[in-house]
Ligand binder design. Structure first.
Ligand SMILES: C[S@@+](CC[C@H](N)C(=O)[O-])C[C@H]1O[C@@H](n2cnc3c(N)ncnc32)[C@H](O)[C@@H]1O
Length: 221
C-alpha cells in the first residue's frame, strides 16, 4: 500500500496499514482527489488528512448530521468532502482558507462529489471570517486544521458559537511528536500551549484521540 506521511509516526507502519485496510476505504472521488493533490502540489500533499481519519470524520459527521458546520483550513478539500457528506438536508459547511490555488482544486472536487451547493468557501484569514459569523451558538460541528499559531484564536471564536452538545475537532495535536521537547519552534509552542488551553476550558469536555497526528474531540457542555 502506498504510504503517505500524515503525522502518524507514533504508530508503527504495520499498525497503520492494518488500520487503513480495516476501515471503510475512501470512494473514487476522494481517491482521485488524493492522487490529483499529489500530482499538482507534490510538496504540499502531506497537509491532507489521512484516509483513516477521513473515514472517521465522515462517519462522525453522518452521526451528528450537522445543519451548520465550519472548517478552518481546507487545502484541496479532502476533509471538507468527508464532513459535508454528513450534512443534514439543507445543511451547510463554511470553509475558511487563504490559498486560492489550493482551494481551486477543492472547488473542482466539491462539484465532482455533488456537494458544491452545500459548501461555501471564504478566502481570507480565518480569524476574520470566524469573527464575522453570528454570535449565537448555532454550530453543530467544527474542524480546526490551519496555521498552528492561530489555533487558540480559532478555538476562542468557535467555542461560543457552538451549540450545547456540538462537536469541535482539532487536528495535529501531537505535531509529529514535537510536543514533548522544549522545541522553541513557534508551531510546536503554539500546539503545546493550545492543548493546555483546550484542556482547561470548562465549557467543553474533550478526549485527545490517537487518530492521524492527534485529534482533539471536544463536546460543548
Ligand atoms: C493542513 S492544511 C488543511 C488540510 C485539509 N484539512 C485537508 O484535509 O486536506 C492547512 C490549510 O490552512 C490554510 N491556512 C493557513 N493559514 C490560514 C489562515 N490564517 N486562515 C485560514 N486558512 C489558513 C492553508 O492555506 C492550508 O490550506
Amino acid at each position: 500500500m502506498e504510504r503517505v506521511a500524515t503525522g502518524t509516526e507514533h504508530v508503527s507502519p504495520e499498525i497503520l496499514d492494518y488500520v487503513i485496510s480495516h476501515s471503510t476505504p475512501p470512494d473514487a472521488v476522494l481517491d482521485e482527489l488524493r492522487k490529483e493533490t499529489a500530482r499538482r502540489f507534490p510538496d504540499w500533499a502531506v497537509l491532507q488528512i489521512g484516509r483513516e481519519q477521513g473515514t472517521f470524520m465522515a462517519l462522525l459527521s453522518q452521526v451528528i448530521a450537522p445543519r451548520r458546520a465550519v472548517e478552518v483550513g481546507t487545502f484541496t478539500g479532502y476533509s471538507s468532502i468527508c464532513l459535508a457528506r454528513g450534512l443534514a438536508p439543507g445543511g451547510s459547511l463554511l470553509c475558511c482558507d487563504v490559498n486560492a490555488d489550493w482551494t481551486s482544486l477543492a472547488r473542482e472536487y466539491w462539484q465532482k462529489a455533488g456537494l458544491a451547493d452545500m459548501i461555501e468557501l471564504r478566502l481570507g484569514p480565518a480569524a476574520e471570517t470566524l469573527r464575522s459569523l453570528p454570535a449565537d451558538a448555532s454550530l453543530d460541528l467544527a474542524f480546526i486544521d490551519a496555521d498552528k499559531t492561530g489555533y487558540a484564536t480559532y478555538w476562542d471564536e468557535i467555542v461560543p458559537r457552538t451549540r450545547a452538545g456540538g462537536i469541535i475537532l482539532v487536528d495535529n495535536t501531537f505535531l509529529h511528536g514535537r510536543i514533548f521537547d522544549d522545541d522553541p519552534d513557534p508551531d510546536a509552542r503554539a500546539i503545546r500551549d493550545f492543548n493546555e488551553h483546550a484542556l482547561a476550558d470548562d465549557r467543553v469536555e474533550l478526549a485527545m484521540l490517537s487518530v492521524g497526528d492527534g485529534l482533539i474531540f471536544a463536546r460543548k457542555k
